[in-house]
Design a protein around this ligand. Structure first.
Ligand SMILES: [Zn+2]
Length: 202
C-alpha cells in the first residue's frame, strides 16, 4: 500500500461496533505496537481482525507508522511477489472500487445492518464470496472515531491468505510470526490452529 492511503476515501462513518475491540467491548484506543493514542490524535490506523465463524482469533489496531515499519521488515522479493499478485487482479479490484463508490452514492449500503456487507462479503483480491463460518480477515482504515470508506474496509479470504503466505519468503513469514508473538500475545487456543494465526499486511 502506498502512502496515499487517504486519497481513495469516499466517505467517513462512525466506527461500527463490528470494528470495536471484542476483548475490551469498546473501540481500540492505542496502537498495538507503539501504543500511540488513536482516538484524539488524528493518526490514521488500521484495525485488523482474524475471524473464524463468530470467533475472533485475533484483533489489533496498528498505526500507519508501525504498519509501514512492519512492511519494510519483509524482504523486497516477498513484497514484489505480493505486488505482482495485486497487479494481476488490478482490473477486478478497480471494478470493486467503482461498484462500492456507486453504492455509496445510491445510499443502498445504509439499509444494511451495519452498512458494510458490500465491502466485506467478498474477498477484496479474488472476489470470492465466503460463508460466515469461513476463516477470514477483515481490515478497516480509521482515523479518530471514524471508519473511512473507500478501498477499505476489506475482507481477505482464507485461500487468498494462504496464497500470500506462499508468496512470502521463509524469512518474511518468520518476521510476521515474530511480530505476532511479540505484539498479540497469542492464547493457547491459537496454537491449535495449523501453524498459528497468520498476520496479514495490506
Ligand atoms: Zn504504532
Amino acid at each position: 500500500m502506498d502512502d496515499d492511503y487517504l486519497e481513495n476515501v469516499a466517505e467517513r462513518i462512525a466506527l461500527p461496533t463490528r470494528f470495536h475491540s471484542v476483548e475490551k467491548a469498546s473501540p481500540f484506543t492505542n496502537c498495538v505496537e507503539c501504543e500511540t493514542e488513536l482516538t484524539d490524535s488524528g493518526v490514521p490506523y488500521l484495525i485488523e481482525k482474524a475471524l473464524r465463524g463468530a470467533e475472533t482469533v485475533y484483533e489489533f489496531a496498528l498505526c500507519m507508522t508501525c504498519r509501514d515499519k512492519l512492511e519494510s521488515s519483509l524482504s523486497k522479493e516477498s513484497l514484489s511477489r505480493i505486488e505482482e499478485m495485486y497487479r494481476s487482479q488490478m482490473g477486478r479490484m478497480y471494478h470493486r472500487y467503482f461498484r462500492l463508490r456507486r453504492e455509496l452514492q445510491e445510499d443502498s449500503f445504509r439499509s444494511l445492518p451495519d452498512g458494510l456487507d458490500p465491502w466485506l462479503s467478498n474477498c477484496a483480491v479474488t472476489g470470492q464470496s465466503v460463508t460466515p463460518r469461513d476463516e477470514r480477515i477483515e481490515i478497516a482504515l480509521c482515523q479518530g472515531t471514524e471508519l473511512l470508506l473507500g478501498d477499505f474496509p476489506m475482507m481477505i479470504s482464507e485461500s487468498t491468505m494462504e496464497t500470500m503466505m506462499e508468496l512470502l519468503s521463509k524469512a518474511s513469514r518468520d518476521e510476521l510470526d515474530r511480530w505476532r508473538d511479540e505484539n498479540l500475545s497469542p492464547s493457547p487456543e491459537w496454537q491449535e490452529l495449523l501453524g498459528g494465526p497468520r498476520v496479514f499486511v495490506m
